[in-house]
Design a binder for this molecule. Structure first.
Ligand SMILES: [Cu+2]
Length: 354
């Protein structure tokens, strides 16, 4: 199961705003339409114009390639100052399973752009509620500066239905001295059609266990050492196949505990560089013992510790999330999380100017 190891490697790795940022020329100063997600309400971003989603489905190779772009990224620009692309929606064209997510950044000529300019991307299924936080859409994939690769777990997949709407939220920044032009975020997603001749996959569900419980994930991190924790209640019997963590710079440790059982599920010590900038968070797998068992009613507590050496409070500088894959004992119960989309979401080039 070596390939599964990179699955849960720290997700959505984002970095704090660059200290010497130069403001980018704002194209339109408008308020982002907000979803219960990562960022606090009331953040203002300029909107990047002309960004679209291109979805190429290769039915022979069973691979979808999604491209979001183009995006121009001036040097030394924080995520708050960067004009950000509006949310994009990918409408799923088949019934089946998404098996893996391989993200990368490229320019117009196809050359690689360093992952460090991706603050984060998050994929949300608008047609389903999250099983731990039903106030949120189902959060099916995320990546950040590390360009986390979510490998396939043999025999498993994330079930989708035709016309499911996957909302793609992308936030860019550029802490480097090099400007990048016409950048595209590309995510390659192998899939299996339900009607195909492969064996049916078992369903898995990404589990985001957040120190902010079911609220927005970002929070302020004070100077020095600090700890934040939050709980979430599991409503289904099942197993966790493995768990990794998501922290930002100066994050040191994520601990996941089962409070009811007084058991530590995983203690994940982050790898940081000499400045305290986050390099990676390890992954703990439970695949060999058949998964870590959860029962309905279990209370999970996630704690994140930071050691911020800057001497300043870093506004919205932190996240603390344990991220894993959950397999319910009775998958039919998860059908209740399905919902229809009635509300209108951002469309490219629309709805932001006012
Ligand atoms: Cu984050």
């Amino acid at each position: 199961m070596r390939s599964a190891k990179i699955l849960f490697v720290s997700l959505l790795l984002a970095r704090v705003a660059h200290a010497q940022e130069k403001p980018a020329e704002p194209q339109a100063n408008v308020q982002h339409q907000h979803h219960p997600g990562f960022m606090q309400e009331g953040m203002h971003h300029a909107i990047a114009k002309g960004v679209t989603l291109d979805a190429k489905v290769d039915v022979t190779a069973h691979v979808v390639t999604l491209r979001v772009g183009p995006m121009n990224l001036p040097a030394h620009t924080s995520h708050m100052k960067m004009p950000q692309p509006p949310d994009q929606v990918w409408q799923i064209p088949f019934d089946g399973w998404l098996l893996a997510y391989h993200p990368k950044l490229v320019d117009a000529s196809g050359s690689a752009v360093p992952g460090t300019v991706l603050h984060h991307t998050a994929f949300w299924n608008e047609n389903r509620a999250d099983f731990l936080c039903p106030n949120k859409e189902e959060h099916i994939f995320g990546a950040g500066s590390e360009m986390t690769d979510w490998a396939e777990v043999p025999g498993y997949g994330y079930h989708v239905q035709e016309n499911d709407r996957i909302r793609i939220e992308t936030m860019m920044y550029n802490p480097t001295a090099t400007p990048y032009e016409k950048v595209y975020l590309e995510v390659v997603i192998p899939f299996q059609e339900a009607a195909g001749n492969g064996t049916a996959r078992k369903n898995l569900y990404p589990a985001w266990m957040d120190v902010k419980s079911c609220g927005n994930s970002s929070y302020d991190v004070p100077a020095g050492k600090s700890e934040k924790s939050g709980t979430v209640t599991v409503k289904y019997d099942g197993v966790l196949l493995g768990v990794g963590g998501h922290l930002h710079d100066y994050g040191r440790q994520i601990v996941l505990e089962d409070v009811l059982r007084k058991e530590t599920v995983a203690t994940l010590d982050a790898k940081v560089n000499e400045k305290g900038l986050l390099e990676s968070v390890p992954v703990k797998l439970f695949v060999e013992q058949g998964g870590y068992k959860f029962s309905a009613g279990d209370v999970l507590k996630t704690s994140a510790t930071y050691d911020n050496p800057t001497g300043k409070l870093l506004r919205e500088g932190a996240m603390g999330i344990a991220v894993g894959y959950f397999v319910p004992a009775d998958d039919s119960k998860m059908a209740a999380l399905r919902r229809e989309t009635h509300h209108v979401h951002d469309m490219p080039g629309m709805s932001h100017d006012h």
